[in-house]
Ligand binder design. Structure first.
Ligand SMILES: [Zn+2]
Length: 210
């Protein structure tokens, strides 16, 4: 199969997995339903299989020296291969299914904001992702994560704070990160952003219902 198609299919698969990881942490029950993702993965396997099959059939057909013979060799080879193929039995599909399961398990063990805790209150506080900016105390819109300590801030307010004080340490009380914050430490937290958007949408819907 062509390298281009191969790499596009791998990207699609990766994208699907990342979408699920987001959904598993922040999505509603419908979005958490793995069957949709598995079905799409099945289709990805099928596309890959069709590409391989066509390539093989083409090789067989190219040995023929008339159009009719070419056509019949090509179709014959495609059909023979088609009968055997079961996407769910492929290595790629099984691997994908396992990774979905892992993502689902890890999401349910640290869902936010959750009151479940295995090791007492302290752990709970650490695990709970705050939706409020530690600087302005307002609910965030564009959260960025400090990749050194994991704390999250509103993008605008941390940028402003660095402008005012270039040698700024993580403003979260009790944070053990001693490094001055550098823009390169900050990474958009798209999962949390989605979660915040959901909260905002929910509020808007409630408003219009009244
Ligand atoms: Zn911190």
């Amino acid at each position: 199969m062509g390298d281009f198609l191969q790499s596009e299919l791998e990207k699609a698969q990766q994208c699907l997995l990342e979408t699920y990881e987001l959904a598993a942490s922040y999505g509603d029950n419908e979005e958490k339903d793995t069957s949709k993702y598995l079905q799409l993965m099945e289709e990805i396997c099928q596309i890959r299989e069709v590409a391989i099959r066509n390539e093989d059939a083409l090789k067989v057909a190219m040995e023929e020296r008339s159009v009719a013979a070419f056509e019949s060799a090509f179709r014959g080879a495609v059909n023979r291969a088609e009968k055997k193929f079961q996407a769910k039995k492929t290595r790629e599909y099984k691997k994908f299914a396992n990774r979905l399961e892992e993502a689902s398990r890890s999401a349910s063990s640290d869902t936010i904001p959750s009151n479940k805790t295995k090791d007492g209150a302290l752990v709970e506080m650490d695990m709970q992702v705050n939706i409020y900016d530690p600087i302005t105390k307002k609910r965030m819109v564009d959260p960025v994560k400090n990749t050194i300590c994991g704390h999250i801030y509103e993008m605008k307010s941390i940028q402003d704070a660095i402008q005012i004080k270039p040698r700024l340490r993580c403003p979260v009380a009790g944070c053990g990160n001693n490094q001055y914050i550098n823009m390169s430490h900050l990474k958009p937290d798209n999962g949390l952003k989605l979660h915040l958007q959901r909260i905002a949408e929910g509020e808007n819907n409630n408003d219009s219902d009244d």
